[in-house]
Design a protein around this ligand. Sequence first.
Ligand SMILES: [Zn+2]
Length: 255
Amino acid sequence: MSPPRTLGTRIWARDPSRTILVEPSAGSDREEARWGLEPASGDQTEGPVEGSDDLAPRFTGTILGVRQWLVPPSLDELKPLGSLKLNLPSWEIDGSATRARCMKVVNKLHEIPGKNCECGLRAYHPWLMPPWYFWSGDKAANGNRYLTGVVEAWGRIELYPEGFRAAFARPVALVLPPAFSADSTARIALGDLCDHADAELLDPDQGVPPDGRPLQPRGAAAEQRLTRTVLDDWFERNRSSTDQKVLEPLSPPEM
Ligand SMILES: [Zn+2]
């Protein structure tokens, strides 16, 4: 069994990856979803070369992934993991797509995400969500917390056994951290964020009245289990045929 990896480390980017191109379906009503795949940068005159987009498999639709963000106590921002160290830009939360940028290259010297770079919007495949990932505990500085959610992604995508790095993505569902369950201010703030972002709010205590929710923070194991359960439920309801088609060629990773 391979050691745990985080989406914020460089280890991940060193794994071999496979490039696919995912173009939103023509009927998509989102402006950003129509951002097509950009032509390869650099000299286009030499025809297809190995590793170029011309040879990458193309699919229509979007793919789904699971990831975490850092959120401030106000829950009104989705900061990428690693942003405290690297000053990365926050994700868009107005329903539009976030577009990946590369911090390493100026003037776009490579496609984004780069094959051998660390750029791109990262997420785990839904079937590979590691349990340790689902803890919203106060692991970050300045009162920031971790928020887990589902993204849909498209554009140029580097696929790994564990997940992907994508050119475009947007959050489609955000989990109310079980630790915030009894905190009505947090519930309302996340509800506002979800409204703005056109994302679904997933409440692990859905159906439980406010006065029936646990006042004490839950342990990490309980948080992880609850978060996993609401995500599994969401994927039961939302798994699209496009996803299957896009990911079919991937063989399951050896665990
Ligand atoms: Zn890059």
